[in-house]
Design a protein around this ligand. Structure first.
Ligand SMILES: Cc1cc2nc3c(=O)[nH]c(=O)nc-3n(C[C@H](O)[C@H](O)[C@H](O)COP(=O)(O)O)c2cc1C
Length: 172
């Protein structure tokens, strides 16, 4: 016997990322994103689905760039803040205390407290439903040395945190 379910429940577990956009010298923003995955190895492409009405969507459209930052588990409070507040209303760098640092090739800042960074140039945009899918080419990718050497691995989302978030965020 099978019964209807909300499909997102069965997409777990999902990683969460902090995506930065804008210009470190002007307006910049951070959004928590889990709808994010690699979609090509050669060229290296990442696809991220971001709400059409979100500030991040506006900034990424404007600049054609974004950075996927990989946060350690300790940043869960900041992830939650960036996932429940809009850059239209607050300065998330100021409110979370996260540190913006210049990226190598794009104008958007990286988040210093994150462990790995993928700098992306938008190659394609697709309107899906409530989201806009940004497909970005990874032009730079770098990580903390211990992670890069494989002495330590990136922690994956654990416990009920993201599941609980999604139950709230994506209820129809
Ligand atoms: C863990 C987590 C994951 C999220 N994943 C996504 C996502 O993949 N796409 C999306 O559009 N919103 C996602 N959200 C919601 C946005 O982060 C949230 O709506 C945010 O306030 C938008 O910010 P902005 O207006 O500053 O861009 C997520 C929230 C959390 C807490």
């Amino acid at each position: 016997m099978k019964t209807d379910v909300e499909y997102l429940r069965f997409m777990w577990p999902m990683r969460h990322f902090l995506i930065t956009s804008g210009d470190i010298e002007g307006k910049s923003n951070i959004i928590a994103v889990s709808f994010c995955m690699p979609v090509s190895k050669e060229p290296p492409l990442i696809a991220c689905a971001i709400g059409k009405r979100f500030y991040s969507s506006e900034l990424i459209e404007e600049t054609g760039e974004f950075v996927v930052n990989v946060p350690p588990q300790e940043l869960r409070r900041q992830i939650q803040y960036c996932g429940f507040n809009s850059g239209y209303d607050v300065d998330k760098f100021k409110e979370t205390g996260l540190t913006p640092k210049p990226a190598r090739k794009v104008k958007a800042p990286i988040i210093d407290e994150c462990e790995a960074h993928m700098e992306c140039k938008v190659r394609q945009e697709i309107e899906t439903g409530d989201k806009r899918l940004f497909i970005g080419e990874v032009i730079e990718a770098y990580a903390d040395e211990a992670l890069a050497r494989g002495e330590r691995s990136v922690e994956y989302a654990k416990g009920d945190f993201p599941k609980r978030v999604y139950a709230i965020r994506f209820r129809e």
